[in-house]
Design a protein around this ligand. Sequence first.
Ligand code: IDP
Length: 153
Amino acid sequence: MQVEQTFVMVKPDGVKRGLIGPIITRFEQKGFELAAISLRTIDRNLAETHYGELKSKPFFGELVDYLTSGPVCAMIWQGPHAVENARAIIGKTNPVEAGPGTIRGDFGMDISGNIVHGSDSDASAAREIGLFFDRDHVAQPSAQLFGGTAVAR
Ligand code: IDP
């Protein structure tokens, strides 16, 4: 079994509303294993780099304001098909369209506050993990959960 990693971030609205715990619970219940976690306030430079692909969008400034409005909880979750499984439990970008049972569908009301970020590809996951974490502080997959397979990098 191939164990992959994905980058997940509880955004400032999720942190302020006390949703770190419920979000972690959902990832654990799904079967993911936590590899790293960090609560931090990010500066505009990191927010702009993280969302660099969206620079030309009309909402980019608003998005950077949102991401820097309070602490975020950055996490690395690992397991099989990590990127796809995380996107499935996070739900569609707009909470209005995200189905019940997904994090955005259950906890969000509007696209300006969609609670959580999840990488959209393995390449994005590797890039985003590199932006937020020092490799030395990331746990390896546990033998118990995933048979000790090496993480794909
Ligand atoms: P994703 O977060 O589901 O991968 P993206 O299209 O990559 O969706 O957008 C990144 C983030 O930009 C969204 O999670 C949301 O916070 C914000 N965003 C996307 N579209 C809009 C919009 O139309 N208005 C305001 N913010 C938006």
